[in-house]
Design a binder for this molecule. Structure first.
Ligand code: GLN
Length: 485
């Protein structure tokens, strides 16, 4: 078996038995990245030298008898995570020279578990997008069909896993940015409950919605990664101090008697027939495994996209005010005076989708419109949250599609922002409700594109969705198929 085809557990066994060194594994991954990058474009920065240094350190640790589950495992992370001393662009030109002075907690935790960083992954600019086409560093292509998008905004994170350029990756999810690309690239992606993983050192898009999570080859790897990054962080006041379970140990409980809700608003006309068929087959599989299905309703679903695009843009317009050419990143050299310098730096540094969102958000927050848009959106958000809590009184988890269609063509939606926004219709409500959800491989379209299934859990019940996902994975072969590349 090729090293790059392995999952965390397989590689860990070899490292532990000293049948392979982390330097060998890392070298194999770096070679794989180099050979595949021209076709895919998952990376913004490859940290070649640092990776080999970290791998050598991991080997010394293993020689000393210390081999944790992630020791010496080569990973890559989205370019939204601050990495001390390593270029961090967030997919934007405005940060094309930004070397952070400190690192994100989630990455520090992986590093302290012994993981090796291969590099920083491509993404939509400031995580705004669903296709990875808004990156200032070029598009990322879907490894299953390079004429298609990998999804976004963590498109590089999903494509790198699918193209076997990294054993596992980290992404962020504000409205679907882990789950939608995971679905389009045939990997497992989990958005934890808001507060489960520290956001410290993650470049902020919409602070009340952003969460960090893993993208992996399978459910066990996902559990291992989540356990490594989860937990309270005094540096993030919204992180929650609740114990982190051993997610991997809790996988095997099965789904007998599990009550799975099917929200009727998610099984609508207009759903792609291949997605529809895949959901039907998944429901049958779960039935066979002993799960019970309950029809439920999340009545405010129709308002979720509009609510999200008011709240997310309002928060973004405030968060992105810090990029003014003084403290961070790009500064225009054509400017005359301070205001002109700030205006030009922002005009030159931000791409068009980011500008659109700053304008939308500024408008929603402006006096006279604040109550009509921003405050109203907050109220609707509460209704959406209440929908979930009411439905969860009767079910353990929910099953829905991740995206209404498989991966679309590059260029298909980039000039139609509304169509692009609607591709997150099934993932956005979960962020507004603040709860956890994951995407796992559930089938393929007629033309061979992966289709993911979404499992939504109660707040802080990541164990429950991982367990349900594991049961499905054990009963199916979808996660074993590999993109031919
Ligand atoms: N596609 C959605 C947006 O553009 C979600 C992005 C995300 O989750 N970061 O805002």
């Amino acid at each position: 078996m090729n090293i790059f085809d392995m999952n965390i557990q397989e590689l860990h066994m070899l490292l532990k038995k000293k049948q392979l060194s982390s330097v060998e594994a890392t070298t194999a991954m770096l070679e794989r990245i180099e050979s595949i990058e021209p076709q895919i474009g998952s990376f913004i920065t490859v940290t070649h030298e640092q990776a080999l240094t970290a791998a050598a350190a991991a080997d010394r640790q293993i020689a000393a008898g210390e081999c944790h589950r992630l020791t010496g495992i080569p990973l890559a992370i989205k370019d939204i995570f601050l990495t001390e001393g390593i270029l961090t662009t967030c997919g934007s030109r405005i940060l094309d020279n930004f070397i952070p002075p400190y690192s994100a907690t989630s990455w520090e935790k992986l590093r302290d578990s012994g993981a090796v960083l291969l590099g920083k992954l491509n993404q939509d600019e400031f995580a705004m997008g669903s296709s990875n086409e808004s990156s200032a560093y070029g598009i990322t292509r879907n490894p299953w069909d390079t004429s298609r998008i990998p999804g976004g905004s963590s498109g590089g994170s999903a494509a790198a896993v699918a193209a076997r350029q990294a054993i596992a990756t980290l992404g962020t999810d504000t409205g679907g940015s882990i789950r939608q690309p995971a679905s389009h690239c045939g990997c497992v992606g989990l958005k934890p409950t808001y507060g489960r993983v520290s956001r410290y050192g993650v470049i902020a898009y919409a602070s009340s919605l952003d969460q960090v999570g893993p993208l992996t080859r399978d459910v066990t790897d996902c559990a291992i990664m989540l356990e490594a990054i989860a937990g309270y962080d005094p540096k993030d006041s919204t992180s929650v101090d609740t114990p982190v379970p051993d997610y991997a140990a809790a996988l095997a409980g099965g789904v007998k008697g599990l009550k799975i809700g099917l929200p009727k608003e998610y099984f609508i006309a207009g759903l792609d027939p291949d997605v529809q068929k895949t959901m039907q087959a998944a429901i049958e599989t779960y039935r066979r495994l002993g799960a019970e299905f309950v029809d439920i309703s999340l009545p405010h679903t129709d308002y979720a996209v509009a609510t999200y695009y008011l709240i997310a843009t309002a928060e973004a317009s405030s968060n992105l005010a810090r990029y003014e050419g003084v403290r961070f990143g790009h500064r225009s050299d054509k400017a005359e005076g301070l205001i002109d310098m700030m205006t030009r730096s922002r005009s030159e540094g931000f791409g068009s989708e980011v500008k659109r969102r700053i304008m939308l958000g500024t408008y929603a927050l402006s006096s006279g419109y604040y109550d009509a848009y921003y405050v109203k959106a907050q109220k609707v958000r509460t209704l959406i949250m209440n929908d979930f809590m009411a439905a969860f009184a009767n079910v353990d988890v929910m099953l829905t599609p991740v995206a209404p269609t498989p991966a679309f063509k590059i260029g298909e939606k980039i000039n139609d922002p509304l169509q692009m926004y609607l591709s997150d219709i099934f993932t956005i409500p979960v962020n507004l409700a603040g709860t956890c959800a994951m995407s796992l491989p559930a089938g393929f379209s007629a033309d061979g594109l992966p289709i993911g299934l979404q499992l939504i859990g109660k707040p802080f019940s990541e164990e429950a969705i991982l367990q349900a996902a594991y049961a499905f994975e054990q009963a199916t072969e979808w996660h074993k198929r590999k993109a031919v590349i």
